[in-house]
Design a protein around this ligand. Sequence first.
Ligand SMILES: [Zn+2]
Ligand SMILES: [Zn+2]
Length: 312
Amino acid sequence: MADRIVAAVRMKRKVLEGVDQQSDIIDILDNFVRKTIFREPDRETRKLKRELVALMRKKYLPRADESGRRSAVPILDRIGGDAAVAKGARLSGRPLRYLSGFRQANIKWFAQEVETSTVAISSELKAQLAKASRDSIARADMISDVIDSYKAELKQTRKARRVLEQANKALANAEATGDLKAIKAARKARSKAKSAAHNVKTAMGRMETRVQGAARDAVRRETQRAQLATYRQAGYTVYTWVAVNGAAACDSCTALHGTTRSLKEWQGNQPGDGHTYCGGSCMCELVPQEFTKDNESIKEPVNPYLFDALEK
Ligand SMILES: [Zn+2]
Ligand SMILES: [Zn+2]
């Protein structure tokens, strides 16, 4: 495996997992649970929505841009040397316009996801309030019960995600050994961890899961576009599709892995454009052909978890 691709993919995975991204969103939700729940569901949920969208606009997407450009550097350095790196380092002109237009779309998609979730949470809260008054339950008791259940679920979600992350690494390790029995067991453990991470009961839990997912997808798409804009600016026009989630890559991404086309031909069919089974959650990358053509070792989709597993 080419070490530059490994370096780029590893850096990308950091962004994709967005550890601090996740805690930011959980913190806002946690704060919402503690301070504002029930006071005025609509007003408070609107405030929640604004905060989440602002977080996306001001923090995650600019960070994704930066990371996308940085992950392009090792590849530019390998194929074009210092000149290509310098050319791709500062985005200007068309690549920059292409990127900011895409950012507007990402914010819009994210805002829609948050909108749906806040509406759901608002109606759940109102229903609980109505139930309390119908059943003559003290409002304060109802509030503290709901707060407890929301907080417990947020905590559980966070824990389930850590377990899933470990399971991903364990599967990569098993795949590296080629031991079929171990692979089977690791797959089973991963699928169990995955359903635990998605098993939520309250509107708050659903919001957490959906908003985190939408945030990750938006950041991932933005990283991919910034990376591609950097290659474009450095002058590369022909690109090869590289699937970077190993055995977890969907069938359409696995089939596309290694396909080479001009940027014009990729237009509208880039990773995350929605034409693959994985849709907006696609993790793949378009890499300048000059880099991948001599690289026989990139025959199979790349597993980003494997790199960490091998490192230790
Ligand atoms: Zn896919
Ligand atoms: Zn893909």
